[in-house]
Design a protein around this ligand. Structure first.
Ligand code: MRU
Length: 343
């Protein structure tokens, strides 16, 4: 189902079901080229997730759900193998496992390929609706004439559309609450520089790029009142895994009395993970650190460590915004009030 955008600043859609294949706006090539990648089976969808052609926690869950539909259409006898392959594509964002579990329940309930397609579409539509609602809830917390700093890409590219943290920024700009938007470049994969800047400028939102290492200096200057970020997994106590660099932003924000907001749909909340220390952090190839724009920048023979997520402890978070409501100063009790507890 396509609905008209709720914001003037919302025109991008990156995950497009085509009836017999999945079309993805290839995020590896942005902003230089707007190229679509067609995935014609579940294994191609798994590769697209692993290789970051599609990325962002909600988007990889949605893509994986469509991967299950492709498996059901083409090779129903091997659907379990497709589920295992899709699940193994990336470890940290729980939305991937969440979406696959939901598809698995539909399969267990006897769903055929057509019914699975309806389920995948529901996952996608619900994500878009959640983002729009979170946009309103989060924007209402901001105050007026504020500056915000965001990290990574949490926008239409990372979700069904509108975005989580970037949805709050879209809604905040629409409501006239946000006066300044800063974007950290997000080394090493440059989601902020390559994707968020493209997305914001494309949708008519003025934004200023900073080097990740300029964040504390920016906060000290007083032009930023909120750091607004997304999440890949929120544990039962509110500890939040997100793109590497988020934790140091939260520490710096607390030091400078800048508020820190996490925005994520309830599909990112994982009550079966008690605390952040239990979250698996994806390690990617050191090669991502050795080159810039295809040009090697580090001496041959160097070694590197490349964790691509970190965990921000709940006590550094002022608000977790979900489509079910806002948890202020999150802890295990306040999280349980909104989400219940794991059985
Ligand atoms: O490695 P990525 O680009 O998939 O990491 C994405 C992030 O960390 C996002 O902040 C998170 O998934 C939220 S996206 C709405």
């Amino acid at each position: 189902m396509t609905r008209p955008p709720s914001s003037h600043h919302d025109t991008i859609r990156a995950v497009l079901w085509q009836g017999d294949h999945l079309r993805l706006l290839d995020q590896r090539l942005l902003p230089g080229a707007e190229t679509f990648l067609d995935c014609r089976n579940a294994s191609e969808v798994a590769s697209a997730i692993r290789d970051l052609a599609v990325r962002g926690a909600p988007a990889i869950g949605i893509a994986a759900a469509w991967g299950v539909v492709l498996a059901a259409q083409q090779d129903p006898a091997n659907i379990d193998a497709a589920l295992v392959n899709l699940r193994a594509a990336r470890p940290t964002a729980v939305n991937l496992a969440w979406a696959l579990d939901r598809m698995k329940r539909a399969i267990a309930g006897g769903a055929d390929a057509a019914a699975l397609a309806r389920e995948a579409q529901a996952i996608q539509d619900e994500d878009l609706a959640a983002n729009r609602h979170m946009g309103e809830l989060g924007a209402a917390l901001l105050g007026h004439d504020v500056g915000v700093l965001t990290h990574c890409n949490t926008g239409s590219l990372a979700t069904a559309g509108f975005g989580t943290a970037l949805g709050v920024i879209r809604a905040g700009v629409d409501a006239g609450r946000i006066a300044r938007v800063f974007v950290g470049e997000t080394r090493p994969w440059l989601q902020g520089a390559r994707l968020t800047m493209w997305e914001l400028l494309r949708d008519g939102i003025a934004a200023t790029l900073i080097a990740d290492s300029a964040a504390a200096h920016l906060m000290k200057s007083g032009v930023v009142q909120w750091v607004v970020v997304g999440a890949d997994r929120i544990a039962a106590n509110g500890d939040t895994a997100n793109k590497i660099g988020t934790y140091q932003l939260a520490i710096s924000a607390r030091h400078h009395r800048v508020k820190f907001m996490v925005v994520a749909p309830s599909s990112t909340v994982d009550l079966s993970t008690a605390q952040g220390a239990d979250i698996e952090i994806e390690l990617r190839s050191p090669d991502e650190l050795f080159a810039y724009g295809g040009q090697r920048t580090v001496v041959d023979g160097a070694s590197a460590w490349n964790p691509v997520f970190d965990v921000t402890p709940a006590e550094l978070i002022d608000a977790i915004v979900t489509e079910r409501g806002v948890v202020r100063q999150p802890n295990v009790e306040r999280m349980a009030e909104l989400f219940g507890s794991a059985r």
